[in-house]
Ligand binder design. Structure first.
Ligand code: SAH
Length: 397
């Protein structure tokens, strides 16, 4: 087996089950591993610790197993079964109101570099590492075993996420389809609402499953309100708001493809154009032109403003400006649901940016709730970096 030896004293984080070995901790490699190979990790004293995918960059190994003999033939099946058992325990697999969930959330499910979203029988896989990309066919086989006849298809959507390396053919496509499966989009249920999901044309795996619980909260607060849904993508929050009895919802996104899906999702759930208006526009400019007090519930769910640490300062300023506008515009007695999905912006940073935003408006603002990612976007207790979605529910006087 290919091996790496750690520098003396650098084994501690592995012993504490942190799933990454940084390049600075590696003393020596044995057997010339190439990117994506499974390597065994040894301490400087020669003790076997773990094994994982070798990669080039600041992270050298992403750990798959802390046990001996990790790549037993049933490794993928065992690990994916455990992920499915956890979703079952969360009440997501047998629900007649929800037919989509995240099956694998990277490190949170012990599979660093792998995302799998489940859309009513269709698994959409995104590899974020060469190792996971190279394992995709084994992963597909294991999915077929754990889901059996209920599986309709497995789609690989790694071209935008797997690091490009010579020799990797990054073309998205089906790894497997059940006989009679019709490729394309699918209607899924989320808390009883219907959504069209198109994994080939859509962003990420097709739908933002991470907002499921926060959408349900919007539904609870929407009755009788005029709602503005900024950065709406395919209209998740909009459908829930209407379901909760909102008077009217305006949805804004800069993607024309997303806005076309919003209109279809609104119709699919039986709402009419008198209840909803779509705007294909820049959300920040759109908000700037909104008259004060027009909306009494505003949702602000922008894309990640900071993709890496270096962008943190500018991102915080952008969150502050955007939130100041939303707080300034919302009607007295109104709600602002505000989010950040930037992993490098932690809860405290985000709360501070929103605090500064509120202070700049001079309005009285209460925090009614602190929001985060749902259970199926699991966080490994040994890898707190897996927490990325955070939000605040504000009540503005
Ligand atoms: N709230 C959505 C997810 C938002 S993802 C949901 O529940 O599904 C972020 C969205 O912001 C994407 O749909 C992207 O198209 C959109 N976007 C990015 N920059 C934008 C901008 N400047 N103005 C409006 N929309 C933008």
């Amino acid at each position: 087996m290919k091996k790496i030896y750690l520098k003396k004293g650098r084994d501690e984080s592995v012993r504490r089950f942190h799933p990454w070995v940084f390049s600075g901790a590696v003393a020596q490699t044995v057997g010339n591993p190439v990117e994506g190979d499974v390597v065994a990790v040894y301490s400087a004293e020669g003790e076997y610790l773990a094994c994982g995918h070798w990669q080039i960059g600041s992270i050298s190994v992403r750990i798959l197993s802390f046990d001996a003999d990790p790549l037993s033939p049933s490794f993928w099946e065992d690990t994916l079964s455990a992920a499915l058992a956890a979703r079952k325990a969360m009440g997501l697999t047998d629900s007649d109101r929800t037919s989509c969930y995240r099956l694998v959330h990277g490190e949170g499910d012990g599979l660093p570099g792998l995302i799998i979203d489940y859309y009513d029988g269709v698994c959409v896989l995104q590899a974020h590492s060469v190792g996971m990309f190279r394992a995709k066919n084994q992963i597909c086989e294991a999915l077929r075993k754990i889901y059996g006849d209920s599986l309709k298809a497995v789609y690989d959507k790694s071209s935008g996420t797997a690091p490009f390396k010579a020799g990797l053919e990054l073309v998205d496509g089906y790894l497997w389809q059940a006989p009679g499966f019709e490729a394309g989009e699918q209607v899924v249920l989320e808390n009883g609402h219907k959504f069209l999901v198109n994994w080939t044309e859509g962003q990420k795996t097709g739908f933002f499953l991470d907002q499921r619980e926060n959408r349900a909260l919007v539904e609870r607060y929407a009755r009788g309100r005029n709602v503005l849904n900024l950065f709406c993508y395919t209209g998740g929050f909009s459908v829930y708001a209407l379901g909760g009895g909102a008077l009217h919802v305006d949805s804004v996104d800069s993607s024309a493809k997303a806005m076309a899906m919003v209109d279809r999702n609104i119709a699919l759930n039986g709402f009419t154009s008198s209840q909803h208006t779509s705007f294909c526009a820049d959300a920040i400019e759109h908000l700037a032109a909104v008259e004060d007090g027009k909306y009494d519930l505003i949702i602000v769910d922008p894309p990640a403003f900071a993709k890496h640490r270096g962008a943190l300062k500018n991102a915080l300023r952008a969150y502050q400006r955007l939130n100041a506008r939303a707080i300034e515009k919302v009607a007295p007695g109104g709600f602002v649901f505000t989010f950040s999905c930037s992993q490098v912006v932690d809860k405290e940073d985000f709360a501070l940016a929103v605090f500064s935003a509120a202070a700049s408006t001079g309005r009285r603002v209460r925090i009614l709730d602190r929001l985060n990612q749902p259970a199926d976007h699991a966080v490994n207790i040994y890898h707190p970096e897996g927490e990325y979605l955070k939000g605040l529910l504000l009540y503005v006087e």
